[in-house]
Design a protein around this ligand. Structure first.
Ligand code: SF4
Length: 91
C-alpha cells in the first residue's frame, strides 16, 4: 500500500512546527529589543562601570554624563569621578 501521502503530511507538519518556533523566536527578540529601547540604559556591570577614573578619563569629562550624578546610557547613580567602557570624551 502506498502511504506516501502520510509521509508528506508528516513532513509538512514538521515544517509548520519549525516555522511556528521561528516565529516565536522572532517575537521574543522583538520583545527584548523593544524593552531595551524603552529602557535605553544598560546596567553598570554590563558597562564595566567603576567608581574611580581610568587614567585621565572620568564621567565628568564624558559626553554622556548628566550632572550631578547620572548617565545617558548607564543605569543608576554614577560618580563624576567614575568611568565605564562607554566613555566618550567631550569635544
Ligand atoms: S564614563 Fe560611562 S558611566 Fe560615565 S558618563 Fe560616560 S558613559 Fe556614563
Amino acid at each position: 500500500m502506498n502511504n506516501g501521502g502520510n509521509d508528506c503530511q508528516r513532513i509538512s507538519r514538521r515544517v509548520a512546527l519549525s516555522g511556528a518556533a521561528l516565529a516565536l523566536g522572532t517575537a521574543a527578540i522583538a520583545t527584548a529589543v523593544s524593552q531595551a529601547a524603552a529602557q535605553q540604559k544598560i546596567s553598570q556591570a554590563d558597562a564595566k562601570y567603576q567608581g574611580t577614573p581610568k587614567g585621565d578619563q572620568h564621567c565628568d569629562g564624558c559626553l554622556n554624563f548628566q550632572p550631578p550624578n547620572a548617565c545617558k546610557f548607564v543605569q543608576g547613580d554614577v560618580s563624576p569621578s567614575g568611568w565605564c567602557q562607554l566613555f566618550t570624551p567631550k569635544s
